[in-house]
Every structure is written in C-alpha cells, then in structure tokens.
Design a protein around this ligand. Structure first.
Ligand SMILES: [Zn+2]
Ligand SMILES: [Zn+2]
Length: 272
C-alpha cells in the first residue's frame, strides 16, 4: 500500500492538535485559559524525544521493513490473507493489543515504570500531555513495536497506519475537555474516551492502575483492567510523591527516571 507516511504523520498529528485545542476552547473542564509554560515544557520534551528516538528508529525502519518482507516466518507468512484489507484489520488489532500489553507492563516493571513515570507526573492534563514522553521511553517502546513486527511479520507500514488512526484519539484523551455525555457514551463502545483515560492519570494507585488501552477499549474490558470513570476527571492528577515543580521542568522530566523521591519506584507504582 502506497502512503507518504512522513507527510501523513505531520498532517494528521498537527491537525489533531489543532482540533483538540479547539475542543478545549469549546468544552473545557477546568479553566479554558492556555497555560503556555505547561504547553511549552511538554512540547519541548516531545521534541527532544522525537529527535533522539523516533528519528534514530526511523533511520533503520527501511532495513527492518525489507527483512520483514523477506522473512520466512510470522503470522502473515503462515496464514496469507486474501486482501490488503484483512491485513490492515488484523495488523491494526495486533499492534493495538501489543501497545496495551506494553503499557500494562510499564506499570509492573520498575525499570519501564521509571521512564513511563514522566508521562504520569503531569499534574495538569491538556493536549500537550499526549506528547509528554521521556526520550528513553520512546526508544524502548519503538523497540517493542519493531520487535513485535519482526516476530509476527507485521509490515512496518501497519505500525505507521495504526499510529495515524490513533493520533486524534490520543490528543482528545488528554485534552482538558468534557465531551457531551451522549457523544462520549457512543464513542466508549469502541475507543478509549477522554474520561476513561483521564482516570488512568489519577493520583490514586487503584485508579492509575486501570485503563491501559490506547486505542480500542476492548482489551481492558476483556483482560480485567477496565474501570468505569465516575466523572469527567479524577479529583487530582499526577503521582503522590512527584508533585513538585522540579518534576515539571524540562531538565526535571529528563532526570525523573534517575532520581528517586523518598520511595522506591515500586511504591510509586502502588506495589510496596
Ligand atoms: Zn500509564
Ligand atoms: Zn496518558
């Protein structure tokens, strides 16, 4: 399937950011005033992560794609599909559930958690939180995705295609918005909605230890990790011992995985 992934990536990503900003202005939960410092910091950490991780991974993607196309094993080698449409549907489902497992593992492994923690230390949720990722988390999650693609034989372009599909929802999930309740209910039959994901950012362990899905909502429901949100947002965002200003600066975010704060990473995960 021919797709100019790089051009589509920028169009869909920036289009999604603009739509999410517009929704924040229309349906804000908290103050609709833009917090430019918060936005600037989260966009900056993403920029560092994107340059250092996505670009490096992208450099090898063409080589990996050619290995996958020639490899004599993998799910699509053993079970050839009749059309590209089947490949898209099954490939997207595989990538989506593998992201679910990676996210769930990031809340179980203290090594992965210390990097994922940076996404959770945001105490104010808005569009920019979607981009708040430690560079090493981006590297590790890219390795995971490419590893899944290599082992199962999922073409690399499916990874990109699924990323394009989930971008709009990813930005909406973190945006400072309360969607009209009937619309959110309708969306919640298929995808992870803003209030479902916001519960995952609650400061309470038993709440941030739920709702790991990033695209489709089924995996949490099938695998016992779903919690129905009782309101559009939890009472407080963040992680209990990581609320200070020093975890919000660009340098602070970069150093968070290497700086314990009076408790082990297991304790901050809710596993004393
Ligand atoms: Zn998480
Ligand atoms: Zn999130």
């Amino acid at each position: 399937m021919l797709i100019d992934y790089e051009a589509a990536f920028y169009v869909v990503m920036f289009g999604s950011v603009v739509v999410a900003f517009w929704c924040e202005a229309l349906f804000p939960i908290d103050s609709s005033k833009l917090n430019l410092l918060h936005l600037g910091r989260n966009f900056s950490i993403w920029f560092v992560a994107f340059l250092s991780a996505d670009y490096v991974a992208g450099y090898y993607l063409v080589d990996i794609q050619s290995i996958i196309l020639q490899q004599p094993f993998g799910i699509f080698f053993w079970f050839p599909l009749p059309t590209d449409w089947w490949l898209v549907v099954i490939g997207v489902l595989i990538v989506d559930i593998s992201d679910y497992f990676y996210h769930r593992l990031s809340h179980r492994s203290s090594f992965l958690w210390r990097f994922h923690l940076v996404h959770h230390t945001d105490t104010t949720l808005d569009v920019s939180t979607s981009l708040r990722t430690h560079p090493l988390e981006m590297v590790l999650s890219n390795f995971w995705k490419i590893g899944i693609a290599l082992v199962l034989g999922v073409p690399i372009w499916i990874l990109g295609f699924r990323e394009l599909l989930t971008f709009p929802f990813l930005f909406l999930q973190h945006a400072n918005i309360a969607l009209p309740s009937k619309f959110e209910k309708l969306l919640s039959y298929l995808i992870v909605t803003p209030s479902v994901h916001k519960l995952h950012h609650s400061v309470i362990h038993r709440e941030h230890d739920r709702n790991f899905g990033e695209g489709l909502i089924f995996w949490d429901k099938l695998l016992g990790s779903f919690k129905e949100p009782e309101s559009v947002r939890p009472a407080q965002y963040g992680i209990e011992h990581y609320q200070g200003e020093k975890y919000q600066t660009i340098g602070g975010m970069l150093m968070t995985p290497f700086r314990l704060n009076g408790e082990s990473y297991e304790e901050s995960m809710g596993q004393p």
